[in-house]
Design a protein. Structure first.
Length: 64
């Protein structure tokens, strides 16, 4: 990754310039990390599985 820094008159770094391709890759990686965190969080909760036909019947009952 090639970065260019924006600095003030004293040489303090204020910001960074990235190519759009590098920016998009970073954003994609952040999104992947968020997905992994959400997956890990979902595994902490007790999961209950139901038969799809039973779920559809429950939904139909709620509309009648």
């Amino acid at each position: 990754m090639r970065t260019q820094f924006v600095t003030d008159n004293n040489g303090n770094k204020l910001g960074v310039f990235l190519s759009m391709k590098e920016y998009e890759l970073l954003m994609e990686e952040l999104d992947n990390i968020d997905d992994i965190k959400l997956f890990d969080e979902s595994k902490k909760d007790k999961q209950e599985f139901k038969d799809a036909n039973d779920v559809f019947k429950e939904i139909e009952k709620s509309y009648n």
